[in-house]
Each structure stands twice: as structure tokens, then as C-alpha cells.
Design a protein around this ligand. Structure first.
Ligand code: ADP
Length: 484
């Protein structure tokens, strides 16, 4: 049942629910109205009986012989005569049980309504059903007329009243399905109108595919629910479009980067095969080819690292370690490189441990990339300064060089993948990176630790790269150590 209900369209379900609620409300309303009308009718009937007896009481008198008679001398109040004619019948009994007066309407007189015998045992109101489906309402009361106690009884047929009620019932019974039908049709129309934008969105969304991510859903009204859904969906599409575009760029850049060393290997090989060479020449050729193979290996490793990292598939460790140790380790690792370029590395480290929690290998790679760049871009006899500072809520490692700096227009992009400021110069760096991936990897490592990397630079005034990691304790004091 529930499964079948769920399979219905939202429009059908809304219509059914609306009709159901409306139906229940209408039924309750109709029942209340019916009960009220019935009570009102019944009260009215009793009131009329009471009035009949009152009028009758006033109309009774005695003739010269002392017999009870219907006195017409007394001028009835307006409407009284008319009322007396409405009563089915009216009896007056004397105290000894003799019926002294009887008035009855045409139907009663013709014998259709059996006349009830005296039952002096009760007074008040009573309903009676007589043979022949005759429903009567009786009012019996004792009155005293000139010292004599009389019993008066008035009776009214309830049939008129019942007929009125039946008409009310019929109107309600007939009106209910019509009202339900109107409610259902109205609900169906309203639901249709309300859901139309969603329907249009569904049609539009079905037409979309990966190649058409620039398409957007129509927003009929940005303030209502379908409008907000469309806006949210469009924002999602925009993000997807950007992600797809980035992926496409990445694939194109990666293939381009991979093709260059392959072309070099191929042409070196072809040159080698074209004519005979000496052993030394062959060694050179193979050496050149292996150099490119090294570049290829490095590039594929970096690409793999990046894609794994961005796919969130690298298992990140969370271990506490001393950031000073990390800085010393990286400075030691690149000391030879610095020596080759006649660059001096200066470390400015606090005297007490700076405990950071994270993945040593990842952060080491990030710092290697920063320091490697600094050394690469430093002129001979320049200084590269690494400093480790702690603040209440973060630790900072800065790598400052005295290189050419980065032009302002390139600065916002240096962390993008495959972004290089000077492509020609980067390629000359041989197998020391130069793919434009080093800073992208460093930024990813920082962000994976909840931190960030920022760059400050101006042409001719060197660059400062700042690696910020959250959650370190602030120690005091620092020492400066130089590595030639
Ligand atoms: P690459 O591996 O090519 O160095 P990176 O992502 O490490 O790629 O750097 C991106 C670009 O930023 C490089 O092309 C380089 O020109 C520039 N860059 C990075 N670090 C420095 C620096 N310390 N001084 C000057 N330019 C830098």
C-alpha cells in the first residue's frame, strides 16, 4: 500500500491528501451543522407546543351552565389563531377523567391519526410513534381553571420537522462529493502549477551532460522553493563545471609535460641510430635518454602524488614531532644543492621544541619544495633564511630568499598546478622539478594539515613563502644557526 502510494506522482499524492483533508473537514463541519439544526428544530417544536398550551389555556372559559367551552370572545393575539390551527390536536380533561374539549386538525379529524386515550400519569414533554409512521411530540400539563384542575395535552406531528432534517441531510450528502470533486480538481490544478517549475527543471536537467555543463536551470522565481532549488542546483553545476575545466586543463598540461621528454628520448634515439657512433658517443646518447627518463619518472611520481592527494586517497599520519627537527632535516638535505649554487642557508629556530601534529613526510616534501625553489632562484652568494616562529594558535615556517622575486601578476597563480613564471628558464633546471607542481604539492600538504601557504614577493626584492600550521604551543627564545 505504502509502496503503491510512493509510486504515485507528487502531484497525485498532493491532490489525494488535499481531498482527504478537505473531505474530513467538510464531514465534521456537516455533522456539526446537522446536529445543531436538529437540536434547534427540536427546541422550536417544544417551544411551539408550550405556546399552544398557553394560548389554549387563555382561550378556555365556562358557559352559563358552567361547562367548559372554547371562548372565542377573547380576541386572540396576532398569530394565535393561526398557531392553534397548526396544532395536531389539543385535548382538555377534567379532574374526573372526562374529556371536556377537543380540537384537532383536518388530518387528525379524518381519522388518520389515532387519538390517544388519556394517560394522566405524566406531565411534560414526550415523543411518540404511532402506527402508520406517525411521529408525535406531546406536551401534557395540569392547569387550574376557576378552582378546577384540568389536564391539557397538545400534540404536534414531528413529520414536518423530520422532513426538514432529511432535506438538510440530502443537501449535505449531495454537496459533499461535489465539494470534494471541486477540492480535488482545485488541488490538482494548484499542485500542477506549483510543481511545474520542478517539471521544467527535470526536463532541462535530463538534457544536460558532461559536455554541456555551461547550461543552467531556469529560475522562475528566486524566492520560492523551486527557485531556491534551481539556484542551488545551478551553483552545483557551476562548481562541477569549474572542476571539470580544471580536470581538463590538468590532463592537457600533464600530457603536454609527458610528451616533451618522450619527444626528446625519441629524437635522441633516432639520431643515435641514423649513423654509427663511437662507444663514448653511444654512452652520451644513452645518458641523455636516461636523463629524460629520470625527468619522466619524477613527473609521473609528482602527478601520482597530486592526484592521490586530491582524491583524498593518501593515508595521512597524525604524529607529534618537533618542527625544528623538520627544518634541520630539510636544510641538511638540500645543503649540497645550496653549496653547488653558492647559497648559504640560515636557520632561525627557537630553543625549545615546537611540537606540531601531522604527517612528517608530507610536511617535509612541502618544505623541500619551498627551500628548493628558494635555492634555485637565488643568485650566487645569496642567503636563504628559514625561520620557525610560534604563536598562541599556530606555528609558522618562513623561507625567505634574495632572488629576483615574482611579478605581481604571477603571484596569485604560483600555487596552481603546472603554473610557471618563466617556462623557458624552468625547463633548463633539468631534473630538479620545473614542472610547476612543487608549490601546488606544498599548498596541498599545508591545507591537508588545516594550514596554509602564502607568498610575499616583489621583483628584485626576493620572496618570502610562509607555511602556517595550526595548533602549536608558544615557546620563548630563539637561536640562529648558519649552514654554508
Ligand atoms: P617549479 O617546479 O617549476 O619550480 P613551482 O610550483 O615550485 O614550480 O613554482 C611555480 C613558479 O613559481 C615557478 O615557475 C617559479 O618561477 C615561481 N617561483 C617559485 N618559488 C620562487 C622563488 N622563491 N622565487 C622566484 N620565483 C619563484
Amino acid at each position: 500500500m505504502i509502496a503503491r502510494w510512493r509510486r504515485l506522482s507528487l502531484r497525485a499524492r498532493l491532490t489525494a491528501a488535499l481531498a482527504l483533508i478537505f473531505g474530513a473537514m467538510l464531514m465534521t463541519y456537516a455533522l456539526t451543522v446537522y446536529l445543531l439544526i436538529r437540536d434547534r428544530f427540536a427546541a422550536e417544536l417544544d417551544h411551539r407546543l408550550d405556546q399552544e398550551l398557553e394560548i389554549a389555556e387563555r382561550s378556555l372559559g365556562r358557559d352559563a351552565d358552567g361547562r367548559l367551552v372554547w371562548q372565542h370572545a377573547h380576541e386572540p393575539l396576532e398569530g394565535e389563531a393561526e398557531r392553534l390551527r397548526n396544532v395536531s390536536w389539543l385535548d382538555v380533561w377534567s379532574a374526573d377523567g372526562q374529556r371536556v374539549v377537543r380540537r384537532q386538525d383536518a388530518a387528525t379529524a379524518s381519522g388518520e391519526t389515532p387519538v390517544l386515550p388519556l394517560d394522566a400519569g405524566w406531565t411534560g414533554l414526550r415523543s411518540l410513534e404511532l402506527p402508520g409512521e406517525v411521529h408525535l411530540r406531546l406536551l401534557q400539563r395540569r392547569v387550574t381553571l376557576e378552582g378546577e384542575t384540568l389536564l391539557m395535552r397538545a400534540a404536534l406531528r414531528e413529520d414536518d420537522f423530520a422532513r426538514g432534517l432529511i432535506v438538510v441531510l440530502w443537501v449535505m450528502a449531495g454537496g459533499l462529493p461535489v465539494a470534494l470533486l471541486i477540492a480535488g480538481a482545485g488541488g490538482y490544478w494548484l499542485a500542477g502549477r506549483g510543481l511545474a517549475p520542478i517539471q521544467r527543471m527535470a526536463i532541462e536537467a535530463e538534457r544536460m551532460h558532461a559536455e554541456r555543463l555551461d547550461a543552467r536551470l531556469p529560475v522562475a522565481n528566486p524566492f520560492d522553493e523551486p527557485g531556491r532549488l534551481a539556484i542551488a542546483f545551478n551553483a552545483l553545476l557551476a562548481r562541477l563545471e569549474a572542476a571539470f575545466a580544471q580536470l581538463r586543463r590538468f590532463t592537457a598540461d600533464a600530457s603536454h609535460e609527458l610528451r616533451t621528454p618522450l619527444t626528446v628520448i625519441r629524437s635522441v634515439g633516432e639520431v643515435g641510430l641514423r649513423e654509427p657512433h663511437t662507444e663514448a658517443e653511444y654512452r652520451d646518447i644513452i645518458g641523455a635518454m636516461l636523463e629524460e627518463v629520470d625527468r619522466l619518472t619524477l613527473l609521473t611520481t609528482m602527478l601520482l602524488e597530486l592526484t592521490r592527494a586530491e582524491g583524498g586517497r593518501t593515508a595521512m599520519k597524525r604524529e607529534p614531532f618537533d618542527l625544528r627537527k623538520l627544518v634541520e632535516d630539510v636544510a641538511g638535505f638540500l645543503a649540497v644543492l645550496a653549496e653547488e649554487g653558492r647559497v648559504r642557508i640560515e636557520c632561525d629556530l627557537p630553543t625549545v621544541p615546537v611540537t606540531a601534529s601531522g604527517d612528517w613526510t608530507m610536511l617535509r616534501q612541502a618544505l623541500v619544495n619551498l627551500l628548493d625553489n628558494a635555492i634555485k632562484h637565488s643568485p650566487p652568494d645569496a642567503v636563504v633564511a628559514i625561520a620557525c616562529r610560534t604563536h598562541a594558535d599556530r606555528a609558522e615556517i618562513t623561507v625567505a630568499d634574495q632572488g629576483p622575486g615574482i611579478p605581481a601578476e604571477h603571484l596569485p597563480h604560483v600555487f596552481d598546478r603546472f603554473y610557471r613564471v618563466d617556462v623557458a628558464r624552468s625547463r633548463r633546471d633539468g631534473n630538479r622539478g620545473g614542472f610547476g607542481l612543487g608549490l601546488a604539492i606544498a599548498r596541498w600538504a599545508a591545507e591537508a594539515h588545516g594550514g596554509r601557504i602564502t607568498a610575499e614577493s616583489a621583483p628584485g626584492r626576493g620572496s618570502i613563502f610562509r607555511l602556517v600550521l595550526p595548533g602549536a604551543i608558544a615557546p620563548s627564545g630563539s637561536e640562529t644557526k648558519a649552514t654554508p
